[in-house]
Design a protein around this ligand. Structure first.
Ligand code: TPP
Ligand code: DXP
Ligand code: MG
Length: 634
């Protein structure tokens, strides 16, 4: 492997110090002088490991020293350490007994890409959706207090590590607001400020943090920190001095102090000599503590430092070469179909504005931002705000498109009902990552949107079966005079040709795609392709249902007269999903015939490859055929 792109010393294929750390207690027993070497090995291990498995890279390269310092100073699992989002928790996983299992990261049967309580006792709280860490840590701190566990020399400490992006969400501030006035808690919030979200950070908080770090203040603080730490006084005196600094000498009246926290920092999050004594001293302080550390996303791997967005969550790559864009023509993803549509639609209708809660790249809005900067809004990690913000825009006659992952719209559910649907506002939701998303696993699955959307009055729900239908449904939903959602999966479809011209799809009209006998398979969204394969094998009728709401009840009536049974297929939980919509329509029309509902089961589905997971859940062609034969003997 070429070393041109990394700053750490090469170690061949072994990591002599790291190889001995099977548990953080081994790290705690290490001579402090060896920790920089350990950090170099850990960084190298992260890079090599992620380059083989794919996964989140830049954030993990940035938390190497912080993780070592935290495990050196705190005693997990007794002390509770919570990683916000958790996409930066690989160094923590490696140091807490999962080094060997990193080869299985995010693969079927392997370890998760996020902290998970069932995976390790060192993972105090499961995370992946952002901005939960302070609330959870506060809950734990209050529980410890009430159980009498925060007394004495072995008292339990609670630490939340939150990024500057995650810090921008309302939930984080709700937690600060609560924590700042909660008496007798032992809580440390560490703001890991790398001046990046997935893409460059946005918003006034980011500007405020930048001001905190700027110019003279930062260097002065750093020098002061060094001066304090150079000739280390007894712990309590040092603690007192740190407290004094935080109370005014260093940063008078920071926002976090106004929230009732003792603010310390900013300190260099790659400097173990700053991190360790500061954490040791904060560990001794009581009440809500706030430590501001500054790190760099991608630290130590030049390519990731230069382009942390590209290296945020790469697939496999050769670390010597870096990520190489394939020159082979590839099928467009559904995200790309959305990306093209939203630009074309914006050309055609100047009322269109696009909103993303911090997912510009993932939601396909990079091109839109370039071409329509005044009509593009990245609101930060703020899904609730994104939805109500869209509602406000719609009130004034513009046409907002909220581009959001299915799993993250869960955060904006009350706003969707109360602010959008109840007022019947024409807000369009482009719901990406619907169904199983693969390597991110259960936390990111878009498995509940049919259920949570279809029960909301006024809302219509489109489920495109291929790329062209996706474009035409986006167009139709945009023209719909009321709230509408189009939900489509992660990745590429089967390669259907996408027509540039727009064609409106009549609301609530399904289409029969194959005429067969006895059984009618009613397919929703991209389950159409495997349903057609099963339909061929079974000689069954296959219908592209197109809408989860409204369901084409007239067609169901016609089909019921000519078939012995219905089978619904959806990439969504069966409970409350599209099959349930069919069952309700059948009951309303008194259509009495057997109904088999195929979809995702009533359990969370972990990570793996999308196709692999769908096969295991019986949602490929062979699985659908098998289920139908088992049930109906067809
Ligand atoms: C509720 C929610 N919205 C969006 C995301 C997607 N997401 C994951 S990481 C991330 C950026 C987080 O930035 P920061 O906390 O600063 O961590 P960094 O990536 O800089 O290490 C985003 C937007 C998420 N996980 N959860
Ligand atoms: C941690 C997180 O929430 C994101 O980084 C997410 O993993 C991105 O998913 P996609 O790769 O599907 O965009
Ligand atoms: Mg950040």
């Amino acid at each position: 492997m070429s070393d041109a792109n990394r700053e750490t010393a090469p170690h061949g294929t072994t990591w002599p110090l790291l190889a001995a750390v099977d548990d953080p207690s081994i790290l705690r027993a290490m001579d402090r002088a060896r920790l920089p070497q350990l950090a170099a090995e850990l960084r190298d291990f992260v890079l090599q490991s992620v380059s083989r498995t794919g996964g989140h890279l830049s954030s993990n390269l940035g938390t190497v020293e912080l993780t070592i310092a935290l495990h050196y100073v705190f005693d997990t699992p007794r002390d509770r350490l919570i990683w916000d989002v958790g996409h930066q928790s690989y160094p923590h996983k490696i140091l807490t007994g999962r080094r060997e299992r990193m080869a299985t990261l995010r693969q079927l049967g392997g370890i998760s890409g996020f902290p998970k309580r069932s995976e390790s006792e060192h993972d105090a709280f499961g995370t992946a959706h952002s901005s939960t860490s302070i609330s959870a840590a506060l809950g734990m701190a209050v529980a410890s207090r009430n159980k009498g566990e925060n007394e004495g020399p072995n008292r339990r400490r609670h630490v939340a590590v939150i990024g500057d992006g995650a810090m921008s969400a309302g939930m984080a501030f709700e937690a600060l607001n609560n924590a700042g006035v909660t008496p007798d808690i032992d809580l440390l919030v560490i703001l890991n400020d790398n001046d990046m979200s997935i893409s460059p950070p946005v918003g006034a908080l980011n500007r405020y943090l930048a001001r905190l770090l700027s110019g003279r203040f930062y260097s002065k603080a750093r020098d002061l920190g060094r001066a304090v730490l150079q000739n280390v006084p007894p712990l309590f005196e040092l603690a007192k001095r740190l407290e004094e600094h935080a109370k005014g000498m260093v940063v008078p009246g920071t926002l976090f102090e106004e929230f009732g926290f003792n603010y310390v920092g900013p300190i260099d999050g790659h400097d173990l000599d700053s991190l360790i004594p500061t954490l040791q001293n904060l560990r001794e302080l009581r009440g809500p503590q706030f430590l501001h550390v500054v790190t760099r996303k991608g630290q130590g791997y030049k390519l990731a430092e230069a382009d942390p967005v590209l290296y945020h969550g790469p697939g496999r790559f050769d670390p010597g070469q870096g990520i190489v864009k394939s020159t082979k023509p590839s099928r467009p993803t559904y995200t790309q179909v959305f990306s093209d549509w939203v630009c074309d639609m914006a050309e055609a209708d100047e009322r269109l504005v696009a909103i993303t809660p911090a997912m510009r790249e993932g939601s396909g809005l990079v091109e839109f931002e370039k071409r329509f900067p005044r009509r593009y809004f990245d609101v930060g990690i703020a899904e609730q705000h994104a939805v109500t913000f869209a509602a406000g825009i719609a009130c004034e006659g513009l046409k907002p498109v909220v581009a959001i992952y299915s799993t993250f719209l869960q955060r904006g559910y009350d706003q969707l009902i109360h602010d959008v649907a109840l007022q019947n506002l024409p807000v369009m939701f482009a719901l990406d990552r619907a169904g199983l998303v693969g390597a991110d696993g259960a936390t990111h699955a878009g498995a509940y949107d049919f259920a949570y959307l279809r029960c909301v009055p006024n809302l219509v729900v489109y489920a495109p079966s291929d790329e062209n239908e996706c474009r035409q449904m986006l167009y139709s939903a945009f023209r719909h005079d009321g709230p509408a959602a189009v939900r489509y999966p992660r990745g590429a479809g089967a390669g259907a040709a996408v027509e540039k011209a727009f064609t409106e799809i009549p609301l609530g009209k399904a289409e029969v795609r194959r005429q067969g006998r006895r059984i009618a398979i009613l397919a929703f969204g991209t389950m159409l392709a495997p349903a057609l394969a099963a339909g061929e094998a079974l000689d069954a009728t296959v219908v592209n249902m197109r809408f989860v709401k409204p369901v084409d009840a007239d067609l169901l009536g016609e089909l019921a007269a000519a078939h012995e049974a219905f089978v619904t297929v959806e990439e969504h939980v069966v409970m409350g999903g599209a099959g349930s919509a069919v069952a309700e329509a059948m009951a309303a029309r008194r259509l009495v015939l057997p109904l088999l509902q195929l979809g995702l089961p009533d359990r969370f589905i972990d990570h793996g490859e999308q196709a692999q997971l769908l096969r295991l859940e019986g949602l490929d062609g062979a699985g659908i055929e098998r289920s139908v034969r088992e049930r109906f003997g067809a």
